[in-house]
Write a protein that binds this ligand. Structure first.
Ligand SMILES: [Zn+2]
Length: 109
């Protein structure tokens, strides 16, 4: 699942990819550390409606929506992490780091 987050304070968006099992319902802003607000993208609300096509720099092509992006990722065997596209080892490391950070956060409370 791709989750979209928004920080009211910094006015930035962020995407995380987590399995439903891993999903914690919270996400901290990279810049200010505040809890980010979960965004529900139109695709998740109204299904596979076509959004405004946009040029995706990571993929180097025009895509219609997030579904397009994830399909393209699947085809290429890469994953989208934030605005970067990565594959294999690096992706695992990124996920591992996110997991560790989350665990550490939990212990702080
Ligand atoms: Zn912020």
């Amino acid at each position: 699942m791709i989750y979209d987050w928004y920080c009211d304070k910094c006015d930035i968006e962020k995407e995380t990819i987590e399995s439903i099992k891993e999903y914690t319902g919270v996400c901290s802003c990279d810049q200010c550390g505040n809890d980010m607000r979960r965004l529900y993208t139109p695709t998740q609300i109204i299904g596979a409606e076509v959004q405004n096509p946009y040029y995706c720099h990571g993929l180097g092509k025009v895509v219609k929506n997030k579904y397009d992006v994830s399909e393209e990722c699947k085809k290429r065997g890469v994953a989208q992490v934030g605005n970067d596209f990565t594959s294999g080892d690096k992706m695992e490391k990124t996920f591992e780091k996110q997991r560790r950070e989350k665990l550490e956060k939990r212990y702080e409370f």
